[in-house]
Ligand binder design. Sequence first.
Ligand code: 13P
Length: 256
Amino acid sequence: MSRTPLVSGNWKMHLNHLEAIQLVQRISYELSNHDYDKVEVSLHPPFTDIRSIQTLVDADRMKFKVGAQNVHAETKGAFTGEVAPGMLAKLNVSYVIVGHSERRQLFDETNEIVNAKAKAILKNEMTPIVCCGETLEQREAGEAESFVESQIRGSLAGLSAEQVASMVVAYEPIWAIGTGVTASTEDAQAMCAHVRGVVEAMKKGTGGSVRIQYGGSVKPNNATELLTQPDIDGALVGGASLEADQFARIVEFGQN
Ligand code: 13P
């Protein structure tokens, strides 16, 4: 089954809305129309930038998908400081990252919370990018596979086969995030294949459809090798997504 790769830029807490507009224009300039023939591209700026980017993308008919980095699971209510899924949907947001390791570690997001958010995103006709990934200690103890499996099982619990088939999972080993240390191609491919197997075991018939990204120090010089693996369907890019030329080269992986 052919799966369209998704390359996503997670800007984390970087760039105000004016800087964001500049970066989107630069990335657009770096890419040509045919770059989007085989790859989908989503940009995940901070909340305060989304409206500006959406306006720019619409006005200039850019081919980027607008994304977000987080959302609250509830429709509305007394949740000071939070953003509801419907608010993102109204901004034409297509993809929402949930359960990033920084949110799991720094903001105590559990699999249950990630699961509730994924359901809320799907209900609002957007696509969740559900993140998973082990610590270095877990990898060294030989627990990486079982830990990632428990994250996937918890985060995807109760979703229908159709929903699971349509979504995206991002495997990001925590020790590879922002460190310049990438998982070896073999390890990244093996874990993405494992995730696909877990998804298939949870919901029969979905393993061939679900897209699985790799994330963790993806750069232009390692993108081609990583992203041409059979079970890796794109990348979730942090640092390199803030540099227009680097991000564009990653989007163009394997196409030149
Ligand atoms: P880096 O690409 O900076 O390692 O970040 C990865 C990441 O966390 C993307 O969500």
